[in-house]
Write a protein that binds this ligand. Structure first.
Ligand code: GRF
Length: 209
């Protein structure tokens, strides 16, 4: 067995995706060390979930610092001190500093609740994504797990799975169906990274998830 991969999960809200990773670890399917839960909002349910499972937490937000540089330095030093190998974004609503994206090149993954490159980009988050899918009349939506680069919702795709759009769906019902697919699959990308079965070549992900 190789060295266990140290994961930092970043979450701002409910953290149900974070919970799904914990659950898969408990089921023995995901083999990583959840080294820290990072969040900008200490009242977020994600923090409660971390406490319940003894995952260390870090509450840090740009507004705690006099400027972006100081914030970024502190964030990077916190990640370094924990020897973080992989950063998993799970409903994290703050901009990831550019220096962090560069330093953790192809080591930050995000989940988007639609099939990119459709229904992604600036302003496409939460219910807006699902409303846009419905407004367009798409018959299929889904999830995309991808490495993060310097643009929103871009970067090499690790996995995608579909979810049906049904007649009579509203943004909530579609969101709920898509969220189930997220929970069933995000861990697979994390495990593939941890086991070293994927790599990025020519801007694309190669290998097995
Ligand atoms: C998910 O829909 C995810 O795709 C998006 O943010 C939402 C987070 O939900 N990036 P949760 O906090 O994991 O419940």
């Amino acid at each position: 067995m190789g060295k266990e991969v140290n994961v930092a999960v970043f979450a701002s809200g409910g953290g149900s995706n974070f919970q799904s990773l914990i659950d898969k670890m408990e089921e023995g399917k995901l083999h990583v060390n959840l080294a820290v839960l990072v969040g900008n909002n200490s009242k977020a349910k994600a923090f409660e979930r971390a406490h319940n499972y003894n995952v260390p937490t870090l509450h840090i937000a740009p507004s705690h610092f006099e400027d972006e540089n100081v914030y970024t330095k502190k964030l990077l030093s916190e990640l370094e001190s924990r020897n973080i190998d992989l950063i998993v974004l799970a409903g994290y609503m703050k901009m990831i500093p550019k220096a962090m994206v560069q330093k953790y090149h192809n080591r930050i993954i995000n989940i988007h609740p639609a099939l990119l490159p459709s229904f992604g980009g600036v302003g496409m988050y939460g219910k807006r994504v699902h409303q846009a899918v419905l407004d367009y009349g798409a018959k299929v939506s889904g999830i995309t797990v991808h490495f993060v680069d310097e643009e929103y919702d871009r970067g090499p795709i690790i996995l995608q799975e579909t979810a049906k759009v049904l007649d009579g769906d509203d943004a909530d019902s579609l969101a709920a169906r898509v969220l189930k697919v997220e929970h069933g699959n995000y861990w697979r990308a994390v495990e593939a990274f941890a086991q070293g079965t994927i790599r990025v070549e020519g801007g694309k992900v190669i290998g097995t998830v």
